[in-house]
Design a protein around this ligand. Structure first.
Ligand code: NAP
Length: 244
């Protein structure tokens, strides 16, 4: 990977919290940030292995009390928090008339409630010096997706939440943005039926599927001072799967 430590990102020494850090996109974001010289706090479920070179704090982000504890641990450090990239997320697919309460609740809790818990706890930690927050939505949160009513609703909700946080955080120089990936090749999508992957490939005007690194590059940009005037935006990283 290119050495970004000497360029104009302004991330050297900055403390950034990355969730889902043991997963495909989260891990790639961590690697980008480490290459840029950031100090990374890596969060994933207990038992999930996070990348080396990070401070790992295992947390179930779908639990309000656990996120509060996480904020206490992060807030107690000498180096105040500059950034948050929230990549943790799950799918529990099924057509609406077969979706169980549990599959609905789990997806809303892990994808949407976690985002609220994190914003509520982390914004106060950034208020003095400003910061950059990036939430990971999905193009399916914008367009809906057969078999993903719970997931699409959670990812759509996240956009309204982020835009509100951008309005509330602006006066503290806290920027809040959303990345909406298309189909990205990670463990989340590797079990998808071939016809779903093929359909995504057909939709991509670039004629390829995205990688975790494609998303991580944009997350790095949004976290950096290059994006200092960008807030309240939804940035698609989808190879043009959804052009509207
Ligand atoms: P991934 O490889 O499955 O990574 C997600 C990570 O989140 C996993 O390490 C997972 O741990 C962790 N996690 C799950 N529940 C958690 C909880 N309650 N607390 C803390 N961590 C938890 O998936 P990915 O593809 O990198 O996805 C990252 C984000 O991008 C997600 O929000 C996803 O919805 C979004 N996204 C992905 C795609 C795609 O095509 N891959 C497209 C659009 C949006 P476990 O592995 O133990 O569950």
């Amino acid at each position: 990977m290119a050495d970004l430590s000497t360029d104009c990102l302004g991330l050297r020494g900055q403390r950034v919290l990355v969730t889902g850090a043991g997963g495909g996109i989260g891990r790639a974001v961590v690697e980008r940030l480490l290459a840029a010289g950031s100090q990374v706090v890596a969060v994933d479920l207990p038992g999930v292995h996070c990348p080396a070179g990070t401070e790992s704090i295992p947390t179930d982000l779908g639990c309000s009390a656990a996120v509060r504890q996480l904020a206490q641990a992060v807030g107690g450090a000498d180096n105040p928090l500059h950034g948050l990239v929230h990549c943790a997320g799950i799918t529990r697919d099924g057509v609406l008339w077969k979706l169980s309460d549990e599959d609905w609740d789990d997806v809303m809790r892990v994808n949407l409630s976690s985002s609220f818990y994190l914003l509520r706890e982390m914004i106060p930690l950034m208020r003095e010096r400003g910061g950059a927050i990036t939430l990971i939505s999905s193009i399916n949160g914008e367009r809906g997706k057969f078999g993903q009513g719970n997931y699409a609703a959670s990812k759509a909700g996240l956009i309204g939440l982020a835009r509100t946080a951008a309005r509330e955080g602006g006066r503290f120089d806290i920027r809040v943005n959303v990345i909406a990936p298309g189909l990205i090749q990670t463990s989340m999508t590797k079990e998808l039926p071939a016809k779903v992957t093929e359909a995504a490939l057909q939709e991509s005007v670039l004629g390829r599927l995205g990688t975790a690194e494609d998303v991580a590059g944009v997350a790095l940009f949004l976290c950096s001072q290059l994006a200092r005037h960008v807030t309240g935006q939804v940035l698609r990283v989808d190879g043009g799967q959804l052009i509207a």
